[in-house]
Design a protein around this ligand. Structure first.
Ligand code: NAD
Length: 299
């Protein structure tokens, strides 16, 4: 029998994810406080409900796609008491590992089941149904949610117990943030030393400094024509989102006593860049490294 789904948070990501569930034939009761998001979901074929709690009433599965952990926890306090016993709550938001674990504990304490299932793949992946889901929670709950996640995603990985999906997400993005800054520093040093971007690419892309940041997402125009650098750094993956994820990673480093000097520094560097460049793709950090280097050189 097709599952009845509640979906809360119909923004850039949640809107198209919910639309894909409707298109796959699921009965979706959707809620978002923003009128435009409601209208779009209605046009996509979802049943838009007037209150958050109505989206969790008489559902088999409740999906949330929200901006932060506080909203997830606040909403769970509203939703858990009205849901049928044993409802599977799947939070797809990117939030603190500690908040994800707390949300799952609340759900289980209320007689329900829970998965954390953050995504990568961005708005394009959400629209195309090709997201990667990183899932934390019990094996049986993962098995129960898999078919629904596969409608929205191209790849669904069970990473471990509660909170471990979020762990996979922030570990990956911390490494990406660090490697984009490192690559930018190397590129700008190369510029100062007379090394062209293309020569840098031709050597490093097949040498030991190779990275996804260089070969798929090169932060300077030219070597990788599809990268946001060729499009005035239109995202892609916005600096605001990278800054958020690095903040979550920095919290987790501190909370777990990890000597993560580079992760913490990357969070600071992106937080500073984010103040005036939140809407640019995160690879635009190369322009910050270049500008600040020129300031130093001029002193
Ligand atoms: P968004 O701001 O576009 O959407 C969030 C939606 O939640 C908004 O429509 C907002 O009105 C709604 N909302 C707020 N309070 C609510 C409530 N109480 N009940 C129901 N809805 C409520 O954000 P987004 O870009 O869709 O991102 C959502 C999550 O996905 C974030 O955690 C983000 O970090 C993560 N994420 C985003 C991307 C991306 O490229 N945008 C990629 C990967 C992960």
């Amino acid at each position: 029998m097709t599952k009845k789904i509640g979906f809360l948070g119909l923004g850039h990501m949640g809107g198209p994810m919910a639309a894909n569930l409707v298109a796959a034939g699921y009965d979706v009761h959707a809620f978002d406080p923003v009128r435009a998001a409601q209208d779009k979901a209605r046009a996509d074929g979802a049943t838009v409900v007037a209150e958050a709690s109505a989206a969790a009433t008489d559902r088999d599965l409740v999906i949330t796609m929200l901006p932060n952990g506080k909203l997830v926890l606040d909403l769970y306090a509203e939703l858990l008491p009205v849901a049928n016993p044993g409802t599977l709550f799947i939070d797809c938001s990117t939030i603190d590992v500690a908040d994800a674990k707390a949300a799952a504990e609340l759900a289980v304490a209320a007689g329900h089941r829970a998965l954390d299932a953050p995504v990568s793949g961005g708005v394009a992946g959400a629209a195309a149904g090709t997201l990667t889901f990183m899932v934390g929670g019990a094996e049986a709950d993962f098995a129960d949610g898999l078919a629904v996640l596969e409608v929205m995603g191209g790849k669904v990985v069970h990473c471990g117990g509660s909170g471990v999906g979020q762990a996979a997400k922030i570990c990956n993005n911390m490494l990406l943030g660090i490697s984009m800054i490192g690559l930018s520093e190397a590129l700008v040093l190369g510029e100062k030393l007379g090394l062209s971007h293309q020569s840098f690419f031709d050597v490093v892309s097949t040498a030991s400094g190779q990275s996804w940041a260089l070969t798929s997402y090169c932060p300077v125009p030219g070597p990788v024509p599809t990268s946001p650098a060729n499009n005035d750094y239109r995202p892609g993956f916005a600096t605001a989102l990278m800054t958020k994820d690095l903040g979550l990673a920095a919290n987790a480093l501190a909370a777990n006593g990890v000597d993560g000097a580079l992760g913490a520094l990357a969070a600071q560097i992106y937080a500073r860049f984010n103040q005036e460049n939140a809407g640019l793709d995160f690879s635009a950090i190369v322009t910050e490294v270049r500008n600040r280097s020129n300031q130093v050189g001029a002193e």
